[in-house]
Design a protein around this ligand. Structure first.
Ligand SMILES: Cc1ncc(COP(=O)(O)O)c(C=O)c1O
Length: 398
């Protein structure tokens, strides 16, 4: 399964029925150039050496695995372990693919890198990677997210990136993608659209997956070295799906359960959620086929989550495929469960998680209680909560 999965997508960019390139022919040509350039450099020793050097000396990899002992004891069931992607330079897993994308853009002679951001983590990571390789960066971000995630907005400004506020539609992630993509289409020859997750037209779901697999490769070895066995369950939040696919891919051939956690927002019975794999149906968005939260005409619905990085109406094609073949189970956690987990990890372990990651933790806490104490759950702590601290403090009147 793991090898077979790594051989995916097919040459048209499909993981089973999902993915592809639903874009105009001239863009297909440009996407194919990106794919060719990526395939050309990814296996060169020079590129591999540069990437590994930056992973170690710039990002701070490998990120540790931490046993949340006090939290596990309090829950009284399975042991909860955290893959500490929050400790990476810039505070989340996003830097893993941003460095790869920025190096590729530079290699291709592009003069500007563009992207959207929700929580601002991808924006900060990309602005950082662009400063590192010396290329201009422009980030499109919804007005609502700009207000909520202002620490990340300030960082992007300091890093020298041009921030474009998006005032249309939901003023959040989906409209930020639309806006960035339109800007990209004005000059796709000189620009590079560095997508922030395993979404968008081929080859982006493949490339972002490949750059993120370092998370699972490390975690698998670290767990084996320390415990002589693999974890029983892996848990990760799913927005577009990059941190989840990064953790899951290396374990696909193993006897390990995997759970992706989507945002139930204010409830699955309300319109205010972004549980794409749980409630969505097959459709297309942003140039690829996937499960979608859409109306009867196939237009994306205005989704919502307390975590800005999770409120996207589509999802990576790999996750759609893994759901259909039942290799990964997809569940939900709502805003309240997320906030409870956010506070619990902060107060029991002294680790403030990103609201996105707190969704994965919330589900781990929910199921750990009823599991034996010798079972182990490994949660991808995809990011740190600095960006969310003011928002949560105000919300909970702290
Ligand atoms: C910390 C963190 N985790 C998770 C996500 C969700 O993205 P993905 O599903 O691609 O990992 C985001 C997105 O902004 C994020 O900032």
């Amino acid at each position: 399964m793991g090898k077979e999965f790594l051989e995916m997508p097919d040459e048209k960019g499909y993981f089973g029925e999902y993915g592809g390139q639903l874009i105009p022919p001239e863009l297909i040509e440009i996407m194919n150039q990106i794919n060719d350039a990526y395939e050309e450099i990814r296996n060169t020793q020079a590129f591999k050496d540069e990437l590994v050097d930056l992973q170690i000396n710039y990002v701070g990899r490998p990120s540790p695995i931490y046993h949340a002992k006090r939290l596990s004891e309090k829950l009284g069931g399975a042991q909860i372990f955290l893959k500490r992607e929050d400790l990476n330079h810039t505070g989340a897993h996003k830097i893993n693919h941003c460095i790869g994308e920025a190096l590729l853009a530079k290699h291709m002679g592009k003069t500007r890198v563009l992207a959207e951001t929700g929580a601002g983590q991808h924006g900060v990571a990309l602005a950082t990677a662009c400063a590192l390789v010396g290329i201009d960066c422009e980030i499109h971000m919804g007005e609502i997210d700009i207000a909520k995630e202002h620490p990340n907005v300030t960082k992007m400004k300091i890093l020298g990136c041009n921030i474009v506020p998006v005032t249309r539609g939901t003023k959040t992630l989906k409209d930020a993608v639309d806006s960035a993509f339109e800007e990209y289409l004005k000059d796709p020859v000189n620009s590079f659209y560095a997508i922030g997750s395993v979404v968008g037209p081929h080859p982006f779901p493949k490339m972002v997956r490949d750059f993120q697999t370092v998370v699972g490769i490390e975690a698998r070895q670290q767990f084996l070295d320390k415990h002589g066995k693999l974890p029983d369950i892996l848990m990760a939040c799913v927005g577009g799906g990059s941190n989840a696919i990064g953790l899951f891919t290396a374990f696909l051939e193993d006897d390990v359960d995997m759970i992706g956690v989507e945002p139930a927002g204010k409830g699955l019975d309300t319109p205010d959620n972004a549980a794409t794999l749980t409630l969505g149906s097959k459709g297309a968005i942003h140039g690829f086929e996937c499960y979608n939260l859409q109306d009867d005409e196939g237009n994306p619905l205005p989704v919502y989550s307390i975590a800005s990085g999770l409120d996207y109406p589509g999802v990576g094609p790999q996750h759609c495929y893994l759901k259909d073949i039942e290799r990964v189970q997809y569940v939900t956690a709502d805003d309240k469960e997320c906030l409870d987990a956010f506070m619990e990890l902060s107060r029991m372990e002294g680790i403030i998680p990103a609201l996105e990651s707190a969704h994965a933790l919330a589900h781990a806490m929910k199921i750990a209680k009823d599991m034996p104490t010798d079972k182990n759950i490994l949660v991808n702590l995809s990011g740190r909560g600095d960006k969310d601290a003011d928002f949560v403090a105000e919300k909970l009147s702290l």
